[in-house]
Design a binder for this molecule. Structure first.
Ligand code: ZN
Length: 295
């Protein structure tokens, strides 16, 4: 007999029944640890990457697309300790993330994602959506504070006109979050339950960071909304996954041009190795392989 294993990493959709409120809870453990151990990240950047991974996993759940959504930070200040960071999730639930940073004393006492975000200095937060079919879309997120959740919730409200609550948290072991949205209400909805959103906001604000990283989604939902009627469909699995490939590496070498590629080959002892920062996979090309690309 085989038991059904509970998912350890997932996005759990929920609905408040007979109301226009919906939401998702996300929990990441292995995928988050895989990401933060790929580089020697300062503590604060680990926290920020965890929150970005959870955000991407939550936000793609609000879209009906096949493709991927990424949350990105890009500094325009070349001396900023945090140069850039990005996290993405696709519709199959594969997540990955990476950040570029400078070693700086600023990291010594920084532990929170807010502190990491502040080290971007001048720079932008944006969301990009890459559908498998159709055009990519990029939206600049107003930096209303150095709190990622606050910025993204503000963006949802401004850009999509959908009131949104967003809470994100990380620990050493896990990253988690919850997103709650008020979809367009009918007059009947409003009459039925005039303080619905106020109540949801008050309840959701009581969730603690340790609850988001330690509790299962159904425990979180019970803890927050046990006086509401909550519908909980089947959860969607999330896992670490990378979209790098030998083909993309070939494309990058092809972009160099034949002569440049041969020079680079010479400079690296006859083997060009392209390493993927996200997953650590190395793609190697010798002279024969490089020449074959330009036939
Ligand atoms: Zn990779």
């Amino acid at each position: 007999m085989t038991d059904i294993q509970p998912l350890l990493q997932y996005r759990q959709r929920f609905f408040i029944e007979h109301s226009p409120v919906r939401g998702d809870v996300v929990r990441l453990s292995d995928a988050y640890r895989t990401v933060i151990t790929k580089k020697n990240y300062p503590t604060a950047i680990k926290a920020l990457l965890g929150e970005m991974l959870v955000s991407a996993s939550l936000l793609i759940g609000t879209l009906k697309i096949n493709g991927r959504l990424s949350v990105q930070l890009q500094s325009s200040d070349e001396n900023a300790p945090l140069s850039w960071a990005m996290a993405e999730c696709d519709h199959t639930g594969q997540v990955r993330a990476l950040a570029g940073f400078k070693n700086s004393d600023e990291w010594q006492n920084a532990t929170t994602s807010r502190q990491a975000f502040a080290q971007l200095g001048q720079g932008v937060l944006f969301i990009s959506i890459h559908p498998e079919r159709g055009e990519a879309y990029q939206g600049i997120v107003e930096r209303v504070s150095d709190d990622l959740a606050e910025c993204l919730a503000h963006y949802q409200k401004q850009s999509a006109q959908i009131p949104t609550l967003l809470k994100l948290a990380t620990s050493d072991e896990a990253a988690g979050g919850i997103l709650v949205q008020l979809l367009p209400q009918t007059d009947a909805d409003r009459e039925n339950d005039p303080d619905l959103w106020e109540r949801m906001s008050a309840l959701t604000s009581t969730i603690r960071a340790d609850e988001l990283t330690e509790l299962d989604a159904d425990e979180i939902l019970y803890r927050l909304y046990h006086e509401e009627q909550v519908a909980i469909p089947e959860a969607s699995p999330l896992e670490f996954g990378c979209t790098c490939s030998a083909q993309k590496s070939e494309g990058a070498i092809f972009q160099l041009g034949h002569q440049e590629a041969l020079h680079a080959l010479d400079a690296h002892g006859g083997v060009l190795a392209l390493d993927c920062g996200f997953c650590g996979q190395s793609y190697e090309f010798d002279e024969k392989a490089v020449n074959a690309l330009f036939v």
